[in-house]
Design a protein around this ligand. Structure first.
Ligand SMILES: Cc1ncc(COP(=O)(O)O)c(C=O)c1O
Length: 393
């Protein structure tokens, strides 16, 4: 039988990136003890009052079809949430989606097609390549450097732009590196986007999880607003990953064109989840602050421990859920180090190769586990690193 080309474009972009994670799960299923630092899922539950909002909505019959844009109450809450950044925002600038991931898929379906280039800081979030390639476009990687705390440098962007470039995909705070873009950097990147007529898609899903510095969005910069689309969700801010509730904010003409794509794909969102999301946006829940405190503390803990291990180095992330560790000083690359670490020491980390070509010497550690597990994991990484260095001596 014949299949559409998209199935070939995406076939190598799924499982391979998760090989170490899958190996860890297989070991755990056999009863082995593994410290799993692979995926970043908040390690707290949503606020009970928010769950109650959802249950109440379900019980009161909020179970019918919605509309393509989103439930009116949620759209209004999003308008109010984003008004400080976008003073002239209205419902026509908002579209609700089941999560940032779906929003990204729909947004790229609307912006790019065969042959188009999408500029992305490399390393990048594992699903970006698939999202871009699904539309027929290709990733144009822009290297992110550890010595710049992985912040995308305007000069690197300038060198990566070609006539095929259509979109700059930003992610701040950044997965996997924890970099947070400053307003000055956004201004400089934005100037290049204006000069080359590029869209800016900004994934702000970790906005609430900044522990050093402040958040800046291209949406706040008036000159960039006509070319900026922000995607985000309550997945991280409210520890509500399974609710699948997110949105896209962009120019009215863009959302007008996006709406039929969304309607064709989704036929609306779920009213009871919309009600819960509206409550999340309007309410004052402690979830984000709790996560921020724990993640910031663990980032500092891991970064401090890394400095004591010969062969390893890291930068203190400014936000997000992860820290990247450079393992090249041990003589191994990220893949080989991660493989030895799970096989010999029962610690699962993501090799940097899962996030593009620039992360080959790195491994990513999720900060979403108890401090004691991180201490133990770093102690085992130290054992591996020292034995590698002793072997090389
Ligand atoms: C950078 C980034 N974007 C998007 C997502 C997906 O978010 P959502 O749960 O809102 O689909 C994740 C999830 O880990 C992520 O790290």
């Amino acid at each position: 039988m014949r299949y559409a080309a998209i199935t070939d474009r995406l076939k190598d972009l799924g499982g391979d990136k998760w090989a170490i994670h899958n190996a860890a799960r297989a070991r755990m299923a056999k009863g082995e003890e593994v410290i799993e630092l692979t995926i970043g899922e908040p390690d707290i539950t949503p606020d009970p009052a928010l769950i109650e909002e959802c249950v109440t909505a379900l019980r009161s019959g909020r179970t019918r079809y919605s509309n393509g844009r989103g439930e009116a109450g949620l759209v209004d809450a999003l308008v109010e949430t984003y008004r400080p950044r976008m003073p002239d925002i209205g419902p026509e600038n908002v579209l609700c989606f089941p999560g940032t991931q779906t929003a990204l898929y729909a947004v790229f379906t609307a912006l790019t097609s065969d042959g188009d280039g999408v500029l992305i800081g490399d390393p990048y979030y594992a699903t970006y390549e698939g999202v871009v390639q699904a539309s027929g476009a290709h990733v144009q990687p822009v290297p992110l450097h550890m010595e710049h705390d992985f912040e995308l440098q305007p000069a690197d962007l300038a060198s990566a732009i070609t006539p095929e470039s259509r979109v700059l995909l930003l992610n701040t705070p950044h997965n996997p590196t924890g970099a947070v873009l400053t307003r000055d950097t956004l201004l400089a990147l934005g100037e290049l986007c204006i000069a080359h007529d590029l869209w800016i898609v900004c994934d702000e899903v970790y906005e609430a999880l900044i522990f050093d510095g402040s958040f800046a969005s291209p949406l706040e910069i008036e000159a960039l607003r006509e070319r900026t689309i922000v995607v985000s969700s309550i997945s991280k801010s409210h520890a509500a990953t399974g609710f699948r509730s997110g949105w896209a904010i962009g120019p009215a003409e863009f959302t007008r064109r996006l709406l039929p794509i969304s309607e064709t794909m989704l036929f609306g969102n779920q009213p009871f989840i919309a009600d819960m999301t509206e409550a999340a946006l309007r309410g004052n829940y402690p979830t984000a602050a709790l996560l921020r405190e724990a993640l910031g503390r663990r980032a500092a803990l891991v970064h401090g421990l890394v400095q004591q291990v010969p062969g390893l180095s890291s930068r203190l992330p400014a936000g997000g859920m992860f820290i990247m560790i450079d393992v090249s000083g041990t003589g191994l690359d990220g893949d080989a180090f991660a493989t030895r670490l799970i096989e010999e020491h029962g610690v699962a980390v993501m090799p940097g190769s899962s996030f593009g070509n620039e992360g080959l010497n790195l491994v990513r550690v999720a900060l979403t586990v108890p401090d004691a597990d991180l201490r133990e994991a770093l102690s085992r990484m130290g054992t591996l690193s020292r034995s590698l260095l002793a072997g090389a001596a």
